[in-house]
Design a binder for this molecule. Structure first.
Ligand SMILES: Cc1cc2nc3c(=O)[nH]c(=O)nc-3n(C[C@H](O)[C@H](O)[C@H](O)COP(=O)(O)OP(=O)(O)OC[C@H]3O[C@@H](n4cnc5c(N)ncnc54)[C@H](O)[C@@H]3O)c2cc1C
Length: 424
């Protein structure tokens, strides 16, 4: 029988876990809290790029959030992350063009830390918790979770550690872990949404809106939107996901020399209905297919080749279409072979509209990378408004589908903490 009993154990030190920890310890400093993370440092967006959005609904999942509640929590998130809000220039011309073609540009209060500076922010946040008495164990993987009538248990290195309440926030990469727990504990879940898209990379002068709006949130018909725009010293990256790679992007802070490139994702949200039910499985299937066609790598294609219906070859990156070298060297190929036709049609229609709003993005040298897929699956069927998934267990953050970004994840931590505070 485990002898050590905490009040709360939080699995994951990403923004969701941090949000819960701060809310708990600030409300009741005597609480005995343990945070556990398998990584050496928080992973995900708090570490990479760290753009913070302070306008609802960016970063929130609408089904769980009301505007007034999100705004109250965003003020709290802001007080901890202490962002330097970026100025927004005039968007009038872009807005007028957008309105004519059914496109919406949403203004968002934003801050950008940059991958080179985010480590300091994370260290400050963890140090603040340690000072307040929260115990933090990094490089410690939680292998399993269990629950009895009395308490929850996490299993770490063969050791069972008990707590009155558990908060599980393992992020998007942790959703297989979450799924395992839900199946074991009989927690019903819904898994019906997936975002499938491409990442565009072009010269900054061909996407000048970023000078006025760092990460423009632009919404197109057919559930397509821009996502995670990076400029300054911006790079496209590969992310390992199980046995294949997905595409993502990030940028260094404004203090670093610019490479004059921009990258942004165009994502289409797909809501699956019966009989197909798993957004996660669909995402994995599409990701594997793209990597199969790319010989174990994602694909890249110049817009010029795509328009001609030709695959890109090595010459597309040295010959006529050469404009700038790709920051992420993956396989030159044909996106048309890998992206389902309906998705490609909607993405391409959005690219054409985007080019009408911000002329330049359809330059033949622009690179389209695929697959950029966001799997938000496995949303537990919550028992209450505080993200309680079972008797002593709360599931929050991107992995549990309660958020879609740093600030929303932090807010979901606050909400779970408030639920716990009501109970203990
Ligand atoms: C490359 C990249 C760039 C991004 N850029 C941005 C951005 O600029 N702005 C933005 O708003 N969002 C961005 N995001 C999304 C952002 O990362 C997420 O929305 C946010 O981090 C979700 O927070 P979370 O706490 O739910 O999960 P995470 O931040 O992923 O944290 C989960 C933590 O749990 C730990 N963990 C998982 N499983 C276990 C286990 N079994 N045992 C112990 N620990 C475990 C992980 O190591 C991790 O530290 C980006 C994501 C990526 C991948």
């Amino acid at each position: 029988m485990p002898d050590e009993i905490y009040d709360i154990i939080i699995v994951g030190t990403g923004p969701a876990g941090l949000g819960a920890a701060y809310e708990l310890i600030e409300s009741r400093p005597a609480l005995k809290i343990l945070m556990v993370d398998k990584a050496r440092i928080c992973s995900g967006g708090l570490f990479n790029d760290c753009k913070q959005n302070y306008t609802f609904p960016i970063g929130f999942t609408r089904e769980y959030w009301r505007k007034s509640e999100a705004e109250e929590m965003l003020a709290k998130v802001e007080s901890h992350l202490q962002p330097e809000i970026l100025p927004t220039g005039s968007l009038d011309t872009y807005r007028q063009r957008a309105a004519r073609i059914g496109v919406d540009i949403v203004s968002v209060r934003q801050a950008h830390v940059g991958t080179d500076r985010s480590k300091k922010l994370i260290q400050r946040l963890l140090a603040g918790l340690a000072e307040a008495g929260v115990e933090i164990r990094l490089q410690t993987k939680v292998a399993d979770i269990d629950e009895s009538d009395r308490a929850g248990t996490v299993i770490v290195d063969g050791e069972e550690i008990m707590a009155r309440k558990l908060v599980v926030a393992p992020g998007r990469k942790g959703f297989s872990f979450l799924q395992g727990i839900m199946e074991k504990l009989g927690i019903a879940y819904v898994d019906n949404v997936v975002d499938v898209g491409i990442r565009l990379e072009t010269r900054q002068k061909r996407y000048p809106i970023v000078a006025d709006y760092y990460d423009p949130k632009i919404y197109f018909p057919d559930n397509v939107r821009t996502f995670c725009t990076n400029s300054g010293h911006a790079r496209v990256i590969r992310e390992r996901y199980h046995d294949f790679y997905l595409i993502n992007g990030h940028a260094l802070s404004q203090e670093q020399t610019s490479n004059d490139l921009v990258n942004l994702a165009l994502l289409k949200t797909i809501h699956l209905k019966d009989p197909v039910r798993s957004g996660q499985q669909m995402g994995i299937f599409l990701g594997r297919l793209a990597n199969e066609i790319g010989g174990g790598q994602p694909l890249m294609q110049r817009v010029g080749d795509f328009r001609l219906g030709k695959r890109s070859k090595e010459e597309s990156f040295t010959g006529d279409l050469y404009d700038f070298p790709p920051t992420c060297r993956v396989t030159a190929g044909d996106l048309g072979l890998a992206v389902p036709a309906k998705i490609m049609r909607h993405l391409w229609a959005a690219m054409k509209k985007l080019d009408s709003v911000v002329p330049g993005i359809l330059h033949p040298g622009t690179i389209m990378y695929y697959p950029e897929i966001k799997m938000y699956a496995n949303k537990p069927v919550f028992r209450d408004n505080y993200f309680r998934a079972s008797r002593h267990l709360y599931m929050i953050g991107d992995g549990a589908g309660t958020s879609r970004g740093i600030t929303g994840a932090w807010a979901s931590g606050i909400r779970a903490a408030r639920g716990i505070l009501r109970e203990i």
